[in-house]
Design a binder for this molecule. Structure first.
Ligand code: NDP
Ligand code: 8X3
Length: 256
């Protein structure tokens, strides 16, 4: 049963990877979508395609989730135009750098903490009150296996994803007394632009991360997000850990 038709899903980080796949999936199921990311030209092209292919309404805004005032004005504009989203997918995020703590780069650390933790909080804080006032809504955070286990040189990225795990659980408690649901979908290896961003544009090194096994695709994760969003109102997946079959833990992978 499709419960998302005619609903509105806001997806942050919709210009690539998991977020883009979520946008395609929700739109294909007949949901209106709001797309946020920094690369406006990509959002524009995606919006044009989704409107043409699925006839849904697509809102898009150039938003850097780190910039609170930008989030504030995009949130106000969306609430004005379309009302509170039924589903908020907090997906925008990144890893930046791959070093031991003693060698870490302060700018990489700021980028990850400001995006993955403070950005998620900016977006949530500026939309949740309207969702609560509307008496419905579902926040789905994209966490990670790195939010449950650490691995060598994963230090600060893992810390941000452990924070997402904590925030999902805390937000779920904060929603007590409301009908709102809070969930996280926590994937293992997904082949997207993630590793290219982590390795500062080194595509060869990024491709090596996914060598010798079949990683998840953005579509696999979008399937999981859609499943979680589409459950009946009385059911909630608090946390879903989704791994490639070859991945046994955050750092144990059967490579051919
Ligand atoms: P991609 O690099 O392919 O996509 C990341 C998305 O986040 C892009 O759309 C990017 O858009 C957006 N983004 C990054 N920074 C900002 C910002 N400051 N403001 C707004 N948007 C931003 O990576 P993935 O799709 O893989 O990553 C999506 C999420 O999934 C992240 O939270 C990541 O931590 C998580 N994840 C990824 C896994 C993987 O193996 N790939 C595994 C587990 C979790 P733009 O640059 O246009 O702003
Ligand atoms: C991304 C998964 O293992 O590359 O969250 O950190 S991992």
């Amino acid at each position: 049963m499709n419960r998302m038709e005619g609903k509105l899903a806001l997806i942050t980080g919709a210009s690539a990877g998991i977020g883009e796949a979520c946008a395609r999936r929700f739109a294909a199921e007949g949901a209106d979508v709001a797309l946020w990311a920094r690369r406006a030209e990509r959002l524009e092209a995606l919006a044009e395609e989704l409107t043409r292919e699925h006839g849904v309404t697509v809102h898009r805004d150039r938003v850097d989730v780190r910039h609170r005032e930008e989030v504030r004005s995009a949130a106000a504009a969306l609430l004005d135009r379309a009302g509170p989203p039924h589903v908020l997918v907090n997906n925008a995020g990144l890893a930046s750098g791959f070093d031991r703590v003693q060698d870490g780069d302060f700018e990489d650390w700021d980028r990850m903490i400001d995006t993955n933790v403070k950005g998620l909080l900016n977006v949530t804080r500026l939309l949740l009150p309207a969702m609560i006032a509307a008496g419905r809504g579902h926040v789905i955070n994209i966490g990670s296996t790195a939010g449950h286990q650490v691995y060598p040189k994963g230090n600060v990225y893992s810390a941000t994803k452990f924070a997402v795990t904590a925030l999902t659980e805390a937000m779920n408690l904060d929603m007590a007394g409301t009908p709102l649901r809070v969930s996280s979908v926590d994937p293992g290896f997904v082949e997207t632009e993630f590793s290219e961003v982590r390795f500062h544009g080194d595509r060869e090194r990024a491709a090596g991360v996914y060598e010798g096994f079949q990683p998840l695709s953005g579509d696999d994760v979008a399937d999981a997000v859609f499943y979680v969003a589409n459950l009946p109102a009385h059911a909630n997946v608090l946390r879903m850990i989704l791994l490639p079959s070859a991945q046994r833990s955050v750092s144990v992978v059967d490579r051919r």
